[in-house]
Design a binder for this molecule. Structure first.
Ligand code: SF4
Ligand code: SF4
Length: 329
């Protein structure tokens, strides 16, 4: 009998549900920006989750947190989400990439399209490693910039009008994409049909950071060599091309915790998920990641690290400065 509850279906459902939540967040943010730009009268508060899309600001806020011990007052939820994703990776590998990230959903759908059209390219292990280098170089560049900043420079960056309205700038950028943006996005999508998860594997510095954190995770996909029939289905199903069929424990920082390999294995119980040596259900990564995110946002809200404390008048003023309708003084 065909199983209904499979890793691939749960993954799609969780990714889809999370993306719908982000669409709802984006609509709220759009209403907030309309008010901030003086295009609507009624004040709409900014949905805090929007700040999760400001990783560079969050990285510098984390650097400031280390040096000053104080939480970023400009984008508090951005720092909360950044730290929550690192905690998530320490516990549940790169479950954010494999189960929640909306770019991961786009990659998943494009990969399915590629497999259906027979266009998927299986990369060898050497190619996989070379493909992964650019994201670490990007991460090293961003990390170097953040760590080499003096505490005063970090403070000045976080309090600059540019950073205060960085989320609005990002919205406007995608609301009115240039031809270059569309060409770049179209190219990335086309390449992702042929090379599954191309953006995540090659270019995403955020994923690279989460991958490094996931090295410390007690959670990993494991293979029982006794019952394995060496069919190779797990490796072919892996979106990031890991040699699952040749590993007893998948510890690569590229593993997204998607559990697609577990779903592809024809031998019951041969592949599974272990946390600190104990076997747990393959669905635990999705559940664990959602749990970390919800717990972090509730805790941050309780501690006052979720809602932006900026007064509405100041927010509108910063937006008008950004539009050039007020001088930056
Ligand atoms: S090893 Fe398994 S869980 Fe990890 S990325 Fe590959 S298919 Fe997903
Ligand atoms: S799919 Fe299962 S049986 Fe086949 S190689 Fe992978 S672990 Fe072994």
């Amino acid at each position: 009998m065909r199983k209904i509850f499979t890793p691939a279906r749960l993954r799609l459902a969780v990714q889809g549900g999370f993306t719908l939540f982000l669409v709802w967040t984006a609509l709220g943010f759009l209403a907030h920006v309309r008010w901030a730009l003086g295009q609507a009268e009624v004040f709409v508060p900014k949905p805090p989750a929007v700040e999760g899309f400001l990783p560079i600001s969050a990285l510098i806020a984390a650097r400031r947190l280390i040096s000053s011990g104080s939480w970023d007052p400009i984008h508090p939820a951005g720092l909360t989400i950044f730290l929550a994703l690192i905690a998530m990776s320490l516990l549940w590998r790169k479950g954010f990439c494999g189960q929640l990230c909306p770019v991961g959903l786009a990659s998943n759908l494009l990969e399915r399209l590629g497999r259906r059209l027979g266009l998927t390219l299986q990369t060898g292990q050497r190619t996989r490693r070379i493909l992964g280098i650019p994201k670490y170089l990007l991460l090293a560049g961003f990390g170097w910039v953040a760590l080499s900043m003096s505490p005063q420079d970090a403070e000045a960056f976080l309090r600059a009008p540019f950073n205060m309205v960085a989320d609005t700038r990002m919205l406007l950028f995608f609301e009115h994409p240039s031809i270059v943006t569309l060409v770049v996005l179209g190219t990335l999508a086309a390449v992702s049909v042929v090379i599954p998860a191309f953006w995540c594997r090659a270019l995403c510095p955020y994923g690279a950071l989460l991958g490094l954190a996931s090295w410390l995770s007690p959670c990993a996909i494991t293979r029982d060599a006794e019952s394995c029939i060496s069919c190779g289905r797990c490796a072919r199903a892996c979106p990031v091309g890991l040699p699952v069929d040749a590993s007893l424990r998948v510890t690569s920082p590229d593993c997204q915790g998607c559990a697609e390999c577990v779903g592809a294995c024809p031998v019951p119980g041969c592949l599974g998920l272990r946390v600190a040596g104990r076997r747990v259900g393959w669905w635990s990564i999705a559940a664990g990641c959602l749990g970390v995110l919800v717990a972090a946002s509730l805790l941050a809200d309780w501690l006052g690290y979720w809602q932006s404390p900026l007064p509405p008048q100041m927010v509108r003023r910063m937006h008008l400065i950004m539009l050039g309708q007020l001088p930056d003084s």
